[in-house]
Design a protein around this ligand. Structure first.
Ligand code: ATP
Ligand code: MG
Length: 333
């Protein structure tokens, strides 16, 4: 039986991943690479939607690859590459832009959120069209599953719509991908604003757990997480979003159920609870951070690995693109 194909990516928009990137996405990447034919990329082209100093983008791209490896992405089991190393992404991206409706693209909530935050003057066209590039990223590899966090679900729906539209107009070319979203811990919220999602390019990093930050920094952020005025450590996303978020974080990292944690902390205050969550988080990421720093010390080794990944990815991408071009009626070279 052939293994199902998986594709996912992460943008190098910050020096460090945040906790939600791991719990919502990368943790699943690591599980999926065991039984699937997985393609994982650092989506450096997507990072261009935010203006970034070139030296910083370069550094963040390598740091992202190093963090993926340190978290357990294994190049022996999957294909790890940089998106910009495989030119077919842009080529199929244009095709997707020509299939997508303007109204359809305007309904993407990520665009609405991000453009509202940065204001019209700082919103680039690439932010509007990136879901179409993302559709190309996925469809190029004929992915069956796309492991993502809840915040990306709408983009996968768009990808399916575009793939379906292409297939019905030009003949079956693309596999329709499915979002693969972990039920528990799928969405992690900002510690200072527990109703908005944790994000590595947030305006303030006060409520964001960065996995490459020093343990003391993260412990402090968790201890000053916003909670409600009550006293009970109980999972209730409506009434207690802050406490519920911390319970989710503890539960996913420690592998213990929410119910078990609720009874352990019955009668104890929020302070005690936060101190334990801080400990769980810090100890979990301590060796991972160390490993990522070691990987970054050997830059040529890291690059060699990424080049191999790009070669493997390009084989699949070239095949899909040439089929799509042929089906569109473009004259073959
Ligand atoms: P940015 O602010 O630059 O968009 P981000 O933190 O949202 O950064 P992405 O690179 O957009 O990170 O996303 C990488 C993966 O992490 C995606 O699969 C996304 O769904 C997932 N993800 C991002 N934030 C969260 C979150 N708070 N909870 C769960 N999953 C998340
Ligand atoms: Mg994002």
């Amino acid at each position: 039986m052939t293994r199902k194909r998986v594709l996912s990516g992460i943008k190098p928009t910050h020096d460090s991943f945040q906790l939600g990137n791991y719990l919502g996405a990368v943790k699943q990447w690591i599980e999926l690479q065991q039984e699937h034919d997985a393609f994982y990329c650092v989506a450096d082209l997507h990072a261009l939607t935010v203006e970034t100093d070139p030296a910083l983008l370069h550094k963040r791209t390598l740091a992202s690859a190093a963090q993926l490896l340190a978290l357990g992405v294994d190049p022996e089991r999957c294909t790890l590459f940089l998106q910009s190393h495989v030119a077919e992404h842009n080529q199929l991206g244009w095709v997707m832009e020509c299939l997508a409706g303007f109204g359809e693209a305007s309904r993407m909530t990520q665009f609405k959120d991000k453009s509202q935050k940065s204001g019209a003057d700082r919103t680039v066209v690439g932010l509007f069209t990136y879901p179409m590039l993302q559709a190309a990223d996925i469809l190029l590899y004929q992915a069956d599953y796309v492991p993502i966090g809840e915040d990306q679900r709408q983009h996968i729906e768009l990808t399916r719509d575009l793939a379906g539209r292409f297939n019905s107009r030009y003949g079956r070319t693309f596999q329709l991908p499915e979002a693969y979203i972990l039920k528990s811990g799928a969405k992690i919220y900002d510690l200072q604003d527990p109703t908005s999602k944790m994000s590595k390019s947030a305006g303030s990093m006060q409520g964001v757990i960065e996995i490459m930050d020093a343990p003391e920094v993260n412990a402090k952020k968790i201890k000053s997480a916003v909670t409600d005025t009550g006293r009970e450590v109980r999972f209730d996303e409506k009434e207690k979003p802050g406490i519920s978020n911390l319970l989710t974080i503890h539960s996913v990292l420690s592998g213990r159920s929410i119910a078990e944690l609720e009874s352990e902390f019955a009668g104890k205050g929020y302070g005690d609870f936060k101190a334990v969550v801080a400990e769980v988080v810090v100890e979990y990421f301590r060796p991972i951070r160390q490993r990522a720093l070691e990987i970054l010390e050997d830059e040529s080794g890291l690059l060699a690995l990424l080049h191999q990944g790009a070669d493997k990815a390009a084989l699949v991408a070239e095949k899909t693109l040439s089929e799509a071009y042929r089906n569109l009626g473009l004259v073959q070279r």
